[in-house]
Design a protein around this ligand. Sequence first.
Ligand SMILES: Cc1cc2nc3c(=O)[nH]c(=O)nc-3n(C[C@H](O)[C@H](O)[C@H](O)COP(=O)(O)OP(=O)(O)OC[C@H]3O[C@@H](n4cnc5c(N)ncnc54)[C@H](O)[C@@H]3O)c2cc1C
Length: 357
Amino acid sequence: MRPVLGLSSYLSFMDRLELTVTDIIQETRNARTFVLEPEREQNLSYQAGQFITFIFERHGQELRRSYSFSSTPRVDPFHSITVKRVANGEFSRFFTDKVEIDQQLLALGPSGRFTLEMSQERSRQIFFIAAGSGIVPVYSLIKQVIHDEPYTRIQLIYQNHSQKEVIFARQLANLAHARPTQFRLISLITDTAHGTDSKKLNIPLLEILVRRELLESQEHLFFLCGPASFMRMAQFTLRWMGFPEESIRRENFTVMPFQPPAPEIFDPGPKNLLLHYKGNIIKLEAAAGKNILQAALDRGIELPFSCRTGVCSTCAAKCLRGQVKMSNNEVLTESDLQAGLVLTCVGYAETDVELVF
Ligand SMILES: Cc1cc2nc3c(=O)[nH]c(=O)nc-3n(C[C@H](O)[C@H](O)[C@H](O)COP(=O)(O)OP(=O)(O)OC[C@H]3O[C@@H](n4cnc5c(N)ncnc54)[C@H](O)[C@@H]3O)c2cc1C
């Protein structure tokens, strides 16, 4: 019998990981890789393309930032993230300027849906389209595909401002050299300083590159990660070229500075929530205008979350009963929605609902 927890219970289910930085690799002037080791009894298992969310405390306030794994399970004998310094960014600068070996960090367990089911026999074509630090989850996925799907062809279109800023330049060149028939690297540099042609990915160039590389007989998949405008351009181009929405996956690093406003709900009264989380069944009420995550947090029920703006999917749950309306969704695909997935950080109950996390 699983415990049913009522309104007054104070709950903290979160599996918080305690991680220690055991190595630091300077990838470029502005990007560093951090090798992380969990406390002995903790298990850090993740899929290529996923991220972890670090929890920081500043002036008594809890703040969260997510960073994708640059390491690949079953390929790399370590766990790592790679952080690029953001001008005026609070936590990226902490990582790139201050963190040293032996630094202790607190994080939520891995999450994210920028992942791929793989199998040895499968043969398909995957285009990865990345810019700047967007290479981090893409690099993890590329290593996984090379390891797990030897018949799948990979094209990486990778945009950077200058050659000096290219994260994993050497590693990617080595992979392309070692697997010339499987992996093709197309590096685009905007800066013309060293006499090279300036190449900035735009609609016509992306169309030319995709048509040139396309293997007609294959199933095609596209993984996009980079600044919001870059991904919008790539998504628009691919859709316009006729590739279905379902073949295009995106990872958005840009979190909105403010929570999107609550959507209009036909019956705005309070709703009953029944949540299945970590083997417990939790009953609570969501007041009008309050999202599901906030309703739980207000009761001391610490569900997983990170961006709070419908971007990262850390808070995703499956709706078993009832209707949830989201004020934003930048991560769930059409098939995720059809399967009943919702983002609780921007999800408002339209009826009584039952959700499983
Ligand atoms: C799923 C996911 C995965 C990610 N993976 C990676 C990764 O692998 N590698 C990586 O490097 N990053 C990654 N990111 C991005 C990362 O989480 C951070 O957003 C990034 O490092 C910036 O955080 P920061 O604290 O340094 O910047 P912040 O302090 O949050 O600032 C970000 C920007 O906003 C501006 N800003 C801040 N406050 C204000 C304000 N009040 N008004 C106006 N402007 C303001 C700053 O000047 C800065 O330019 C990922 C994000 C997500 C959601």
